[in-house]
Design a protein around this ligand. Structure first.
Ligand code: TPP
Ligand code: MG
Length: 363
């Protein structure tokens, strides 16, 4: 079972498959690069913030930036994104405000999820970017459910679900693929194969040569794509989304990339992997490749990049100053919000009790 690795660009950013090159208007091409650059910068700053004790937890997507943006470019804003913890950049690309992203990381009084989630587990209802679950693979059946709901209600929305190579070993992945294929759910399964699931290498995850081939048993098409080629990702996702919208069902996309950093700020990969491995992937950097492509088209240059980075730095510094001056936490009584439309009697009692305790301790 052979899968061709779909590419548009070579490692130097030259177009090697013009027939696959998506027609992306110049401002959008620039926005794609800018989001990738911004994400990488944010990773650098925010990991440092975690080390300084300013935020409790963080994780980076170094080397995987193309996967955050290419697939999302291929969707309509009304399509749904179910992500895992590594795709905050996908929300940023859709317009998730950086200030909100920071408030969530600080779990402060303006955190939209009121401190109920781990940092970097974002949710942006207005952007159809669904709340992130830490539990590996659980977002996959959610995405299929949303796709089926869209189909049953006559909307042509598509659901795209991100998951890692590790998630393909969960039961949720398999039941979701099967059900989506049987019901022709308009779903795009986007597997970000970055080679590692914390300390478990891809080779210990499954004995099959590809993850893409898992789709065959469920009767759905699959593609293997260069996950560091943002144009190839846009191309294959556009095809999968169009297929889903035509009522032809799901597609599994396996995007080959590499997790250059640690799993999270709580992980130390030097204890389980050869430090030469991430270095080998540096030459396949998705940002450098796409930057060369844009430079070749006369749409980007070093001065513009310098100015953009400077703008990001200034915006970040201003927002951090603002966010760090906000109250540190949501008020405790907010724990009663957002579950019931009308608060039931037993929670009313607990609310009164909490209020009494808070007053007593304040005094
Ligand atoms: C059901 C479940 N099992 C184990 C974990 C612990 N865990 C968190 S992330 C992770 C690895 C997931 O790897 P992968 O799906 O490849 O995504 P990546 O982190 O590489 O982006 C594991 C095992 C969990 N959160 N949920
Ligand atoms: Mg992985």
């Amino acid at each position: 079972m052979k899968f061709e690795l779909v590419r548009v660009l070579d490692d130097a950013g030259r177009v090697v498959h013009p027939e696959r090159e998506p027609a992306i208007p110049a401002p959008e091409l620039r926005h794609i690069l800018q989001t990738m650059v911004q994400n990488s910068l944010l990773d650098e700053k925010l990991l440092r913030f975690q080390r300084q004790g300013r935020i409790g937890f963080y994780l980076t997507a170094w080397g995987e930036e193309a996967t955050l943006v290419g697939p999302v470019w291929a969707l309509r804003p009304s399509d749904w994104i179910f992500s895992c913890y590594r795709e905050a950049g996908a929300a940023l690309f859709r317009g998730y405000p950086l200030r909100t992203l920071l408030c969530q990381l600080y779990c402060n009084a303006e955190d939209p999820v009121k401190g109920r989630q781990l940092p970097v587990h974002h949710t942006a209802r207005a952007l159809n970017f669904v709340s992130v679950s830490s539990v590996v693979g659980t977002q996959i059946p959610h995405a299929v459910g949303m796709a089926m709901a869209a189909k049953l209600s006559g909307r042509d929305d598509v659901s795209l679900v991100y998951f890692g190579d590790g998630a393909t070993s969960t039961g949720d992945f398999h039941v979701s693929c099967n059900m989506a294929a049987v019901r022709k759910a308009p779903c795009v399964f986007f597997c970000r194969n970055n080679g590692w699931a914390i300390s478990t290498p891809r080779s210990a995850q499954t004995i099959t040569p590809t993850l893409a081939q898992k789709a065959v048993a469920y009767g759905m098409p699959a593609v293997l794509v260069d996950g560091n080629d943002v144009l190839a990702l846009a191309h294959v996702t556009a095809e999968a989304a169009a297929r889903a919208r035509r009522g032809e069902g799901p597609t599994l996309i396996e995007a080959l990339t590499y997790r250059r950093g640690a799993h999270t700020s709580s992980d130390d990969p030097t204890v389980y992997r050869d430090p030469a491995e991430p270095r080998e992937w540096e030459c396949r950097d998705p940002i450098r490749r796409f930057r060369s492509y844009l430079e070749g088209k006369g749409l980007w240059n070093a001065d513009e990049e310098r100015a953009f980075v400077q703008k990001c730095e200034q915006e970040f510094a201003a927002l951090v100053a603002e966010v760090e001056s906000l109250p540190a936490k949501s008020p405790p009584a907010t724990m009663f919000d957002d579950v019931y439309a009308e608060r039931p009697w037993h929670l009313d009692e607990q609310f009164v009790e909490l209020d009494r305790e808070l007053r007593r301790h304040k005094a």
